[in-house]
Design a protein around this ligand. Structure first.
Ligand SMILES: [Zn+2]
Length: 280
């Protein structure tokens, strides 16, 4: 995806396969309408992709937004392909100058470190300080579901992130991360969940991370995700960005839309909003 002078590439690490009702209570696999071809053709479950966005063109930086699940994920997470996906593009982990986390859930920090060492050896790692303070607090306890869907001895935030603690730099809320990348406060899914605005003076796009997990959440509050740390705040954040996405038609990409494809909303004369994918 070209955004102004920048190139943003979706880097696939793996997938999550959970039936619709396991993600959005009260809904089913039958409700995806024109987007049903994007469901898994065998299980009928939504395909929720996991990975990173590679940003090229910001000065001499090579930026990775989020870091996937890691090399050995647990069902219903699958994958571990991030390293190979980068190498397929000719990018070595040592080439990455900045790793920017939208938040610190396990499916966004998996390749932060490997075997107790920073995986991106030349990178500065960055996130909202509220997420770091939450997930790295001594009293932090994993949510109930996490030990069943992960290997905490590898995947827990305090294991994954301890090796990069001395490479961290932080922002809090709204503000410039560095020229070309702006943090927009979207707290709720986690305490420091961030939407990232990427672009130059000509054009910008939004990497909305886990603000929502499917386009339906943007169209209706009825599609509420069960897994927010602070649901009222998360719904408020969604409402804030709905305004931007609907009114401006800005291109955006979410962490878990199928294939991590970019899309936008088109609004018709009667104020009906329709999601459409953009060409790769
Ligand atoms: Zn996620």
């Amino acid at each position: 995806m070209r955004i102004g002078s920048l190139t943003v590439t979706s880097i696939i690490d793996g997938e999550i396969s959970i039936p619709t009702e396991g993600v959005w209570a009260g809904h089913s696999n039958e409700e995806w309408g024109e987007f049903s071809p994007l469901l898994c053709h065998l299980t009928g479950n939504p395909v929720q992709t996991v990975g990173s966005f590679l940003i090229e063109g910001i000065a001499d930086r090579l930026v990775l937004v989020d870091a996937g699940l890691g090399n050995n994920p647990t069902f219903p997470f699958s994958g571990g392909a991030l390293r190979s996906s980068l190498l397929a593009l000719g990018v070595h982990p040592d080439d990455i100058t900045d790793v920017v986390f939208t938040h610190l859930h396990l499916d966004h920090i998996g390749w932060a470190s490997l075997g107790g060492k920073p995986f991106f050896r030349n990178a500065t790692y960055r996130c909202d300080s509220r997420d770091w303070n939450h997930f790295m607090a001594a009293e932090y306890e994993l949510p109930e579901w996490e030990p069943f869907l992960s290997k905490p001895e590898f995947d827990a935030p305090q294991v994954r992130l301890a090796p990069i603690a001395d490479r961290m730099e932080f922002w809090e809320g709204d503000g410039e991360v560095f020229a070309g990348l702006e943090a927009l406060d979207a707290a709720g899914h986690t305490p420091g969940t961030t939407v990232l605005q990427v672009g130059d003076s000509r054009e910008s796009g939004l990497i909305i991370g886990d603000l929502v997990h499917g386009y339906t959440e943007l169209l209706s509050d009825d599609w509420a995700l069960g897994a927010h740390i602070d649901s009222p705040a998360a719904i408020e954040a969604i409402e804030k960005f709905r305004g931007v996405l609907f009114d401006t038609g800005v291109p955006f990409a979410a962490s878990h839309f199928p294939g991590m494809r970019w899309g936008r909303f088109v609004t018709d004369a009667v104020d009906h909003h329709r999601y459409e994918q953009l060409p790769v």
